[in-house]
Design a protein around this ligand. Structure first.
Ligand code: SF4
Length: 378
């Protein structure tokens, strides 16, 4: 159940033309803007002091999350509101956990492997989320100052999370789908606890990866493994990156100057927009080149280069403003900027806007950057 912006608006001062209409005290320019934000859960209802008690009660009843959120230190498990990602977005990433027996002879070895494991994404370091310590009374996990969260098995067992032991794939999948559907669609409180799937060890690696991938998509809030395997976690983390994004927002990275292979003031300079897919394609190539370089990422609303250009989000004037903001002229002695091949038609325009720099037209595809750089450095 959901309250639309219009339903909420009916109860606000502006619809009744009463005192405080569009007073802006909630931080929104109008009551309508507040109503829309509230319906999208972007603001809390207590931001408007002039809301009727009737609306407050309605919000509390209808806008309560159908699935509980469980917190373990900084980790949040559950709290989902929709059945399908395209309806809104999934809220809290599926948590990947390992259960470790502190009395096991290879405990330290396993723990070291888990702690060492990480996947570097340009904006974050991705690691195992949670380690559940069995027989860990004397193990001072809190001294392990790293990004992984640790919890004693006894404390973990007290949390309101429903456990499903992985066995028959069809039955496990059906149970997960039924639980999430009853919680979200039927709003049946009996199903409001988050759910985790427990994988026993000694499973065929390929089957384990296939099943875990499916449960990640539908609808486990957490996956707990008895064994740790780097390839399995790399696969699951990568898949998770693609599911837990907001489909209403363009995938974008922070506009700034990115550095590859320890560049200095004489290093080569590339430019692109902040569309995530383009950025990662170019960034991977630059990283693999083993040549020091800079990549200027301009703000373009997460659009690819041609789309940004046609939407006037990548104009020569805007690029000049961005480079000024990044202080490129004082950062490098290089006076050449390599632009994407798709923007070749902007060369003259960019050179006029950036008289200090020579604009070099680069490649259309990121995979050709290596060859292109060789010709530039000759
Ligand atoms: Fe409207 Fe309330 Fe916001 Fe004032 S504080 S603009 S009355 S929603």
């Amino acid at each position: 159940m959901h309250l639309s912006g219009l339903e909420i608006f009916k109860y606000l001062p502006a619809s009744k033309k009463s005192e405080h209409t569009n007073c802006k005290e909630c931080g929104c320019p109008t009551c309508m803007a507040f109503a829309i934000k509230l319906s999208q859960k972007q603001v809390n209802f207590d931001r408007c002091k002039y809301m009727s008690d009737e609306l407050k009660k309605l919000c509390q009843k209808k806008m309560k999350s159908p699935q509980k959120t469980i917190k373990i230190d900084g980790l949040k498990i559950g709290g989902e509101n929709v059945l399908y990602r395209h309806e809104k977005k999934f809220i809290n990433r599926t948590v990947f956990a390992i259960i470790l027996d502190c009395k096991s002879p290879d405990f330290e070895k396993k723990l070291n492997r888990i702690r060492k494991f990480e996947i570097k994404n340009t904006n974050e370091k991705l690691k195992v989320d949670l380690v559940i310590l069995k027989n860990g009374e004397n193990y001072k996990a809190k001294n392990l100052c790293d990004e992984i969260v640790y919890i004693d098995e006894k404390d973990f067992s007290k949390l309101s999370i429903k456990k499903i032991v992985d066995g028959n794939f069809k039955k496990t999948a059906e149970k997960l789908i039924e639980t999430r559907t009853k919680a979200i669609v039927d709003r049946n409180e009996k199903y409001s606890d988050p759910v985790y799937v427990y994988f026993k060890s000694t499973q065929d690696k390929l089957a384990l990866c296939a099943k875990a991938s499916y449960y990640l998509c539908k609808y486990a809030n957490m996956l707990v493994f008895e064994d740790f395997d780097e390839s399995l976690f790399s696969t699951l983390i990568t898949l998770r990156q693609n599911i837990f994004t907001d489909p209403q927002k363009a995938l974008q990275v922070e506009p700034k100057i990115y550095e590859f292979n320890n560049p200095d003031e004489n290093s080569i300079v590339f430019m692109t927009t902040n569309f995530a897919l383009t950025f990662y394609a170019v960034a991977n190539e630059l990283e693999d080149l083993n040549i020091p370089s800079y990549l200027i990422v301009t703000p373009a609303g997460g659009m690819s280069v041609l789309t940004a250009w046609s939407a006037e989000k990548f104009t020569a004037k805007m690029v000049a403003k961005t480079l000024k903001k990044f202080d490129l002229i004082n950062k490098v002695k290089t006076r050449k900027i390599i632009i994407p091949g798709l923007l070749a038609h902007m060369k003259d325009e960019l050179e006029k806007a950036l008289p200090e720099f020579e604009i070099v037209v680069g490649t259309i595809e990121a995979y050709s950057i290596g060859e292109f750089v060789k010709t530039q450095l000759q």
